[in-house]
Design a protein around this ligand. Structure first.
Ligand SMILES: Cc1cc2nc3c(=O)[nH]c(=O)nc-3n(C[C@H](O)[C@H](O)[C@H](O)COP(=O)(O)O)c2cc1C
Length: 374
């Protein structure tokens, strides 16, 4: 079995290790444009040794933002702002993926550290939300049900953002189909009451996710990986089970998805037995059923636990979120605790005499590769 610090190759891309930064909203952008805060958030973790950094949920259209302060990728200004960040990350030898998202009925919400709760009203910079049906997420404003034509337009919105992601220099695209956002709202019976071909059976409810994956895959170069984040259970008897979601993942394997990022929950309030590694069994089931590589996430920041997840074959990759907010250098510390020789020689500026490809082939983050340069 591979170890946490072994490389992983998906299509034409080799990640130096299997310790990846999970997507995390920063709630700090204006009009969808990432700024110095996002550069520092991702830049710090790029030098911290993560094999892949994922951006926060980045909206494909303005009304797809979770909060008005989310990032986006719906115009050229966003492309330029992201390019500055991806250039910085690449110069440190790390790779970066964008998580493309539409929040649907959970859009236009106050950011967590705001005084307000629930839906931001229009006169405070919010907007009217949309969803598969007119039913509200508890505590939020009711959305308007998307028309059939509007549903059919969603995959192209993701594809257009994917083309901009390429221009912006991203290495990976992740489609966000988890946590009760638009694609998950279609997938789950808890939010989808449609009676057209996008509602009813699991196959129908999965249709929009499959069509979106097809559109993104067609817009994304063949040698670059495509990830999908799925909620592998709604934690409710009337919601999606892990077997349901694993079957969807198996279907997605035939549509060019390279790795499933396995999370859980978010479609509707539920009792979730949160504990270290609580989502790992779901990751394992999705991996076994779909035949695809998976990542596991959720209280995995103890390095020994993270290493076990990969070594035992529960998942191919471990993602860390809050642990990486506490410690941007989490992979370097984890490697040290696990006895892996990773940290040697930080380099503040990339220099012309460093052959990044040759250094990466050694399995090290270039900025820390021993003996690669003086
Ligand atoms: C501040 C914060 C923002 C988050 N934003 C996102 C997001 O934009 N997209 C997403 O898929 N998950 C998001 N998550 C969930 C994390 O990616 C991760 O799945 C979760 O925090 C569990 O991992 P952890 O125990 O390592 O924190 C967020 C989590 C935090 C703490």
């Amino acid at each position: 079995m591979p170890s946490l610090f072994d490389p992983l190759t998906l299509r034409g891309t080799t990640f130096v290790n299997r310790a990846w930064l999970a997507p995390m909203c920063q709630y700090s952008a204006q009009d969808g444009t990432p700024d110095d805060w996002h550069l520092v958030h991702l830049g710090a973790r790029a030098t911290g040794g993560f094999g892949l950094l994922l951006t926060e949920a980045t909206a494909v259209v303005p009304e797809g933002r979770i909060s008005p302060q989310d990032t986006g990728l719906w115009n050229d200004e966003h492309v330029a702002a992201w390019r500055r960040i991806t250039d910085f990350v690449h110069a440190r030898g790390a790779l970066v993926g964008v998580q493309l998202a539409h929040a649907g009925r959970k859009a236009s919400t106050y950011r967590p550290f705001s005084a307000g709760h629930g839906t931001v009203p229009v006169d405070e910079g919010g907007w009217a939300t949309v969803g598969p049906s007119a039913s509200a997420f508890p505590g939020y404003a009711a959305p308007r049900a998307l028309t059939r034509d509007e549903v059919a337009a969603v995959p192209e919105q993701f594809a257009a953002a994917t083309r901009r992601a390429l221009e912006a220099g991203f290495d990976v695209v992740e489609v966000h189909a988890a946590h009760g956002y638009l694609l998950h709202q279609f997938l789950t019976p808890l939010a989808n009451e449609r009676d057209d071909e996008y509602g009813g059976s699991l196959e129908n409810r999965a249709r929009l996710t499959v069509e979106t994956v097809d559109a993104v895959r067609a817009a994304w170069p063949q040698d670059r990986p495509l990830l999908v984040r799925l909620s592998a259970t709604d934690w409710r008897p009337d919601g999606l089970s892990t077997a349901d979601v694993a079957a969807v993942a198996r279907e997605l394997a035939g549509h060019g998805v390279d790795l499933v990022d396995v999370s859980t929950g978010g479609a509707a309030p539920a009792e979730i037995p949160v504990a270290p590694g609580y989502q790992v069994p779901a990751a394992r089931e999705v991996r076994e059923t779909s035949g695809l590589p998976v990542s596991a996430v959720g209280l995995l920041d103890d390095p020994h636990r993270a290493a076990r997840v990969v070594r035992d074959g529960d998942a191919d990759v471990v993602m860390v979120a809050r642990g990486a907010l506490r410690d941007p250098m989490w992979p370097l510390r984890a490697a040290h605790e696990l006895g892996v020789d990773l940290v040697t020689q930080p380099v503040a500026e990339p220099s012309a005499d460093v052959d990044l490809a040759a250094v990466r082939a050694t399995g090290y983050q270039p900025q820390y590769a021993r003996g690669a340069w003086r």
